[in-house]
Design a protein around this ligand. Structure first.
Ligand SMILES: [Zn+2]
Length: 367
């Protein structure tokens, strides 16, 4: 078979950034081609089918943790014989079907519900990370095509993530093309920054502070804790039928305990210090956001920022914690150069095939 080029996206499993790539099939192997780089060859025979996420077929690669390749829509005829046949969902979700998998998961947590309600903080680390990843994938997918990616923007985002986390290979950080000032951590090491947050920031370091805080929720295992707490509560309050959509909404809107927020801030402050990023910008950002929240110039802005504000009260205690962590005489560098910051800011605008806005239903795939 000669060269064929197909458009796709790719996670290399080492950096937490989704790259737009072309698939170049050469005989029994293929290459993933970016603007200035080519990855591979990868043997087709090592490719596994992971699942379907909001209209994209997602593949993995044997013995390459986190390696992902996504193809939107119909699989081109030339590749159907070479790639493994699509199944509806990955691994245990695939075997059980999503509805039953969700019920199974709820049943498992039902068995420990009494424990869950009281001790999620020690239970959460016992949930295998492969489960958590499956849950994250099933719940989030590709966010209805709203994740933005351009080579330069993705590179800038990756640089920021790597400055804030020494081993970020198991994180998946995305910018969602939604005009809302918010950032969330979801199961499976997923962190989503909303475009509205980036638009409201005056410098990359302001974004870095919020990002480091969400990474803190991931690293301290708060995400699973809060989900377990909610699952436990939903069983107690409403039975086991609340799958996909409501679970997702729960994960999005859930707020953490004050202790968890303090831990995430502490993680953020430490990560920024180690990455040489000044904490002062973040304190300033919080100050500005809390002013927007004040009724004087609320109107449009109020709705856009309620997401972050409702889950993250911008108390003076929080601002002070960031301000006070500044070390006099320490050399800080901006987390991105001016050019990189521009690429990140314009990533959603520059991505030609990104979807925008709300009006999509996460739970609709339930079978
Ligand atoms: Zn938080």
């Amino acid at each position: 078979m000669s060269d064929h080029i197909f458009q796709a996206w790719h996670f290399d499993g080492k950096t937490p950034v989704r790259r737009p790539v072309d698939i170049q099939a050469v005989g029994r192997d293929f290459f993933l081609v970016e603007k200035e780089r080519r990855h591979g060859p990868f043997p087709f025979i090592d490719v596994t089918y992971v699942g379907e996420q909001n209209g994209a077929h997602v593949y993995g690669l044997d013995e390459s943790d986190g390696w992902r390749l996504g193809l939107r829509g119909e699989i081109p005829q030339e590749l159907t014989g070479l790639l493994p046949a699509p199944r509806r969902y990955g691994r245990w979700v695939d075997r059980l079907g999503f509805g039953r998998a969700a019920v199974a998961f709820t049943a498992i947590s039902a068995a420990v519900v009494a424990v869950v309600l009281f001790t999620p903080q020690w239970l959460a680390p016992l949930v295998p990370s492969s489960w958590e990843r499956e849950m994250g994938d099933a719940l989030v997918g590709d966010f209805g095509g709203r994740f933005c990616a351009t080579p330069k923007g993705s590179e800038a985002l990756s640089k920021m993530v790597n400055a804030l986390d020494k081993d970020a290979s198991d994180l998946q950080v995305e910018v969602a093309n939604i005009d809302m000032v918010n950032a969330v951590a979801l199961p499976g090491g997923k962190v989503i920054l909303f475009q509205g947050l980036i638009d409201s920031a005056r410098s990359p370091d302001e974004v870095a502070g919020v990002l480091a805080h969400e990474i803190g929720h991931v690293r301290e295992r708060h995400v699973m804790q809060s989900l377990l707490r909610q699952l436990g509560l939903s069983i107690v309050l409403g039975g086991a039928d609340g799958a996909g959509g409501s679970l997702f909404n729960g994960a999005l809107s859930s707020s953490y305990s004050r202790d968890a927020e303090r831990e995430a801030d502490a993680h953020s402050i430490k990560a920024m210090s180690e990455g040489g990023v000044s904490p002062v910008a973040t304190a300033g950002f919080f100050r500005r956001l809390s002013k927007i929240d004040g009724s004087e110039n609320a109107k449009g802005n109020a709705a856009r920022i309620t997401g972050y504000m409702s889950s993250h009260p911008l108390s003076s205690e929080r601002k002070k914690a960031y301000e006070n962590s500044l070390i006099k005489g320490k050399k800080y560098t901006p987390s991105l150069t001016a050019t990189e910051w521009k690429s990140l800011q314009s990533m959603c605008g520059d991505d030609p095939d990104v979807e925008s806005g709300f009006g999509f239903d996460f739970g609709k795939d339930d079978s």
